[in-house]
Every structure is written in C-alpha cells, then in structure tokens.
Design a protein around this ligand. Structure first.
Ligand code: URA
Length: 439
C-alpha cells in the first residue's frame, strides 16, 4: 500500500477499507509513515468525514495498537466510565467507590488535566503518597485484593492515539467527530471494559458547545462501542456552569469526600447518583439491578451509611496514599490566601460561565498550559452560586483560594465577567439533556 493513494482516496471522499485503515494506523505508530503524510490524512478525514464502519475500524486499529487489558480472570464484567471533560468534574472520585461499595469491582485508568479542564489523576495527587503509576502486576494485584483501582493511563495502552492526538493538536484537526470518538473509544476498549458509561458534556465549558454536536458525538461513540461488542450508555450533561462548587485539585477532593459522606452540593450528588446508577445497570446485566427506584435507594444508602466512603479510604490506602488526609481533609494542600468574591448587585443569577470560571482557576495555577507543566494543587475556587439563584448585593458568590496576592485582581475581574445577573427570575439549568442507550 502507498500512503499517497490512501490520502487521495480520502481526499476524494471515498471510504477507506478496514485493511487500509489498519495499515495507516500501524505504519504511523511504528514510525514508518512520516508526519506530513499522516497530517494530510488527518486533514482529509477532517474535511471528508468517515462512515460508521470506517470510524469503528479506525477505533479498533488504534485500540489494538498496543496492550489490550484483559481482566476477565479477575472481574466477571468490567464497567468503566468516561467524561469528555469539564469544570469541577470530580465525578470519578465519588462514582468509583460508590459503585465498588455495591459489590461491583472497578478498575479505571484516568487522565491528567489540560488547559482549564481538570483531570482525575492530578486531583488524586493532592493526597500525599497516592501512586498514579502502577505496573501491570500492581494493577492486577489491586483489582484482585482491593476490587478498586484508579490509576493513570499506561503508556502501552492505545499508543496510536498518543501519536495521532499529538499530531492533531498541531494540525488543527482536533475538533473532528470521528477523530474525537475514535480517540476516546480506543482507550476505553484497550482498557478492557465490557460496559461503558459515557458522560458527554455540553455547554460553554465543554469540548462540545452545542447540544446537536454533543448528541452526534455521543451517538457515534455508542455506535462504536456496540459494534465492538460493548454495552454502552451515554448521558448528555450540562457544562454551562461548573459541576458542584469546587474547582481546583485539592478543593475537589474535599468536595468529593463530603459527597461520599452523604453531603456535598445537590447538583454534584445528583450527577454522581445518576452515573453510578447507569454503571450498576450495566454491571447487573439486566439481572441484578433493574428497578430505577431500587438502584437509587441502594446508592443513596451507600452514601449515607459510610460504605462508599469506606471504599474510597481503601482505594487510597491500596495505592499508598495518606488515609489521614482523607479522614481529615483539612490536611490536604491549602492555599495561603482565602478571599471572598461577593455579588455586586441583587438579582437572579443569569450565568456562571463555566469556561471563565475554569480560566479564573487556571490563572491561579490550578491548570497546566501544556503536558508536563507543574500545577498548584492547593489553589482554586469554590463557586457558591448556581444559575437561577436569588442573591442579595454583597452575598458571597465565590471563595478564592490563591497563592499570590498579585493573582487576585485578574481573578476577580474574570469572576465579574463570569457571573451575571438578571432582575427577573431565571430558570435553573438542567443537569442532563438526555441519555442514549446502546444495546
Ligand atoms: N479526549 C480524547 O481523549 N481525545 C480527543 O480527541 C478529545 C478528547
């Protein structure tokens, strides 16, 4: 095969065969195909799109470009979740132990944050000693002995995606549905999941800013999963305002612990309960958990009776983290400056712009510009306002946790733009916009 012929075929809008796609992925991953030809192919895909069959073939080639985890000897049915990323999204920290507390073993690989979007692995590193790089043997041992593992992504998993994503980043080919869908799903399939719950965020703080695009992305990923023999559920969830209150690594761990102890902001708790319920439904395979009210009752009970929190403790302990910090979250990294940002007028909260809140936290040092940059785990924001709330002038809207006094002025001015008011009542934002079920 010649790369130039495949590029021309895609340029002319024709569908690539399974073998052609596999050849492209394998050659590029091995280093036999130069970046300029891979870039041309990615741009041709960006401009001409891919059919469902091509997208599935691309995903599977990428998934099988490295190790594919097989946990079937340890877990009868592996259930995973994935969020497309957002502001204040610490859902995994709650949902994983919550699902595990119901007797479903969970073994998950998560990523780091980039830009103003956070990553679970950074959040966990706020807990001293927590190991995010596990060998395959350690990973398997923890699945066997602890039935809960949450670690960074192994470099040997879907290496094609690592290379292709880096090239997309510098060739303006990131926002392309088949490329996004294959990137996400290749990693999920390589991580050995039988059932996957996708949390596709939509709104101004998300990758997908409008509902139609988000729905299309969710549907493509569900289709890929189904064609690859996985059980799939995708939820479309709001990311116009932050999820919960905390935005920033250690602050989000504190909020997750609060939620695991039966408290926490109502929207975040509700979001976690919904996602955990879908995971249980998949794990139960239509036999164990069917009734929505029964599932909801069980999960709520696990939050209030301490069982979900106990699983979080054993997760941290299993991975070498300081459990004392979990028992006493005031020992987690703390910023030296704590300031309150108040409402400049009375009225109804019309907007808490997620991307601006993300940028304000980023400006304090909570995020990283490029891969490998250090981040400040202690800084961030607690956003107390939600769209639709009625507030009085002077009411506390945000607690700022900062390291340097010179960061405060910019942070305040970004918050001023982020939170706006209306004189007339404003409808609260929905938590979810819909659910797409695979098989
Ligand atoms: N997340 C991924 O893993 N890949 C993409 O292409 C976009 C978001």
């Amino acid at each position: 095969m010649r790369a130039v012929d495949l590029i021309a075929k895609k340029r002319d809008g024709l569908a690539l065969t399974k073998d052609e796609i596999a050849w492209f992925v394998e050659s590029y991953t091995r280093g036999d195909l130069p970046d300029y030809q891979a870039s041309a192919m990615l741009m041709a895909i960006f401009l001409k799109g891919m059919s469902r069959e091509e997208t599935v073939n691309l995903t599977l080639s990428m998934a099988y470009s490295g190790d594919v985890l097989d946990l079937s000897d340890l877990i009868p049915y592996a259930v995973d979740k994935h969020s497309s990323g957002g502001i204040g999204d610490k859902t995994t920290l709650v949902v994983l132990p919550l699902v595990a507390s119901c007797g479903v073993p969970v073994a998950k690989m998560s990523g780091r944050g980039l830009g103003y979007s956070g990553g679970t692995i950074d959040k966990l590193e706020a807990i001293s000693g927590y190991q995010v790089n596990l060998s395959n043997e350690e990973f398997r041992r923890l699945v066997r002995e602890n039935a809960i593992v949450l670690t960074g992504q192994s470099k040997d998993l879907a290496p094609a995606d690592g290379k292709i994503y880096a090239l997309r980043d510098v060739t303006a080919t990131v926002p392309c549905l088949p490329l996004i869908a294959s990137s996400i799903m290749s990693k999920k399939i390589a991580a050995g999941a039988n059932g996957i719950v996708l949390d596709v965020k939509v709104g101004r703080g998300a990758f997908m800013t409008n509902l139609d695009d988000a729905r299309e992305l969710a549907q493509i990923m569900v289709d890929i999963g189904v064609d690859a023999g996985r059980d799939m559920i995708a939820v479309l969830s709001d990311m116009n305002q932050p999820l919960g209150a905390a935005v920033g690594n250690a602050l989000e761990v504190v909020e997750a612990i609060d939620c695991l102890q039966g408290n926490g902001p109502a929207d975040f708790r509700e979001h976690c309960l919904d996602l955990a319920a879908y995971m249980l439904r998949l794990a139960g395979q239509g036999k164990k958990w069917n009734d929505d009210a029964e599932i909801r009752g069980l999960l709520t009970e696990q939050l209030s009776n301490g069982q979900a929190f106990a699983r979080f403790r054993s997760l941290v302990q299993g991975q070498g983290g300081d459990v004392g910090m979990v028992d006493d979250p005031s020992r987690l990294p703390k910023a030296p400056i704590i300031e309150t940002f108040t409402a400049s007028q009375s009225g109804y909260v019309a907007q808490v712009a997620a991307e601006l809140i993300g940028m304000a936290a980023f400006g304090l040092g909570a995020g990283r510009e490029k891969k490998g940059d250090p981040i400040d785990l202690a800084v961030g924001l607690e956003v107390h306002a939600k769209v639709g709330d009625k507030v009085e002038s002077g009411a506390p809207l945000v607690t700022i946790h900062a390291r340097k006094p010179e960061q405060l002025a910019t942070c305040r001015s970004t918050l001023q733009q982020a939170i706006t008011f209306s004189d007339s009542p404003v409808e609260p934002l929905p938590l979810f916009y819909g659910t797409i079920f695979g098989r």
